[in-house]
Design a protein around this ligand. Structure first.
Ligand code: FAD
Length: 341
């Protein structure tokens, strides 16, 4: 397992290594493990006796999400769908339908570059539950996997009686890794609201969402990391103002194969990992799910097309591009209002 590296820093939250509860003079931090990564809940207004119960509710909810749309668990609902060889519509949860709806919407807007059917290519290049390949996959292997990634082979059906996913090719393989954390983050926020908690910051992996205020009545702040090997070097700070934020980067999640750096972001049009010089895309949006979908989409398409799409879709975006030995950044007009010194 390649444990996920964080590209955002939650300011004023100390990331602790154990999975216990912690009280600080800046509120309470709960954290634990899920989906091959870490969840963190930072709360300002929780009663002491409520903490253990809340921690249990959080972990149970995340475990349910994991059992629903993980491709790493052979028994998850999504793995059952991926193994299913027929073409009858298969019932899915409301949560999975939400992710697929948003993924298909962003997929359409990017001309298929953000593609949740990229799973066979993700596995071929060793970023899903499969082992990393020993050698670069050959043209035939890439072409066979790529043939399974056309979004037209997947159909989401929703009506008053429920929601279903249907495929017209038995071997297609849906991969919700890119947006699962965003969904789980929004889901945690809903849990906080149900529990009457109004001042919180929740995160699963690289997706973050906040509401209300942090310590000393201050807004929640998050920092984007510099794209260097030095973790916690700050590129820019933002005030989230109740929004979701997510960063996709190609500089931490990679491995070397036949002398080349292999990124976990796959370009569905080539069937190969991206190799352009856009190294980080951060998106702020109303939900963490949306931010988590767009950041990957922009990273796939590269700097110039990402800028054009961000402007066209009025997205709040911060891009970092490698230029020779240096890095340059580009900030969309919508992102500027979130920046703080
Ligand atoms: P993101 O940029 O958000 O997403 C990158 C991922 O999206 C890639 O790894 C690939 O899977 C997919 N992708 C690549 N290219 C495209 C594209 N063009 N369009 C759409 N998607 C693309 N990891 C483990 O190691 N062990 C686990 O048990 C595990 N369980 C998980 C369970 C769930 C429910 C989910 C959602 C993820 C799980 N993961 C697990 C994966 C892991 O935690 C991260 O989601 C993964 O590393 C990518 O997250 P990211 O934020 O780094 O990258």
């Amino acid at each position: 397992m390649r444990f996920q590296k964080f590209l955002l820093i939650i300011l004023a939250v100390q990331m602790l290594n154990s999975c216990n509860n912690h009280d600080t003079n800046q509120g309470t931090i709960l954290h634990g493990k899920t989906m091959g990564t870490i969840w963190t809940v930072h709360i300002m207004d929780i009663k002491n006796h409520h903490k253990d119960e809340l921690r249990r509710l959080i972990q149970e909810q995340l475990d349910r999400d994991d059992n629903d749309f993980s491709t790493w668990k052979t028994n998850s609902a999504l793995s059952h769908f991926n193994r299913y060889q027929g073409s009858d519509p298969q019932p899915i949860s409301i949560g999975m339908a939400d992710i697929v709806t948003e993924a298909l919407r962003i997929g359409m807007k990017t001309g298929g570059y953000m593609n949740i059917m990229v799973g066979p290519l993700v596995n071929l290049w060793g970023f899903g539950p499969m082992q990393e390949p020993l050698h670069t996959p050959n043209e035939n292997e890439i072409a066979s996997a790529k043939a399974l990634t056309n979004l037209e082979h997947l159909r989401l059906i929703q009506d008053i009686n429920g929601q279903w996913l249907q495929k017209d090719l038995p071997s297609i393989y849906v991969d919700l890794s890119t947006m699962g954390e965003g969904y789980a983050t929004d889901h945690l926020a809903r849990l906080m609201e149900e529990q009457g908690i109004t001042n919180y910051l929740v995160s699963v992996g690289g997706a973050v969402l906040c509401r209300g205020k942090s310590s000393y009545d201050k807004p929640w702040k998050v920092a984007i990391q510099k794209p260097t090997d030095r973790e916690n070097a700050v590129e820019a700070r933002v005030e989230l103002k109740g929004h979701g934020i997510s960063t996709a980067g190609s500089y931490r999640n990679y491995y070397e194969l036949d002398g080349k750096r292999i990124s976990h972001i796959i370009d569905p049009s080539t069937g190969r990992p991206i190799n352009h010089n856009l190294v980080s895309a951060t998106v702020i949006a109303t939900t963490a799910l949306e931010a988590d979908g767009w950041d990957t989409a922009l990273l796939v398409i590269g700097t110039e097309r990402a800028k054009m799409l961000a402007l066209k879709e009025h997205l709040a975006v911060y891009l970092i591009t490698k230029e020779g030995k240096n890095f340059t950044h580009w900030i969309s007009p919508q992102f500027k209002s979130f920046l703080v010194g």
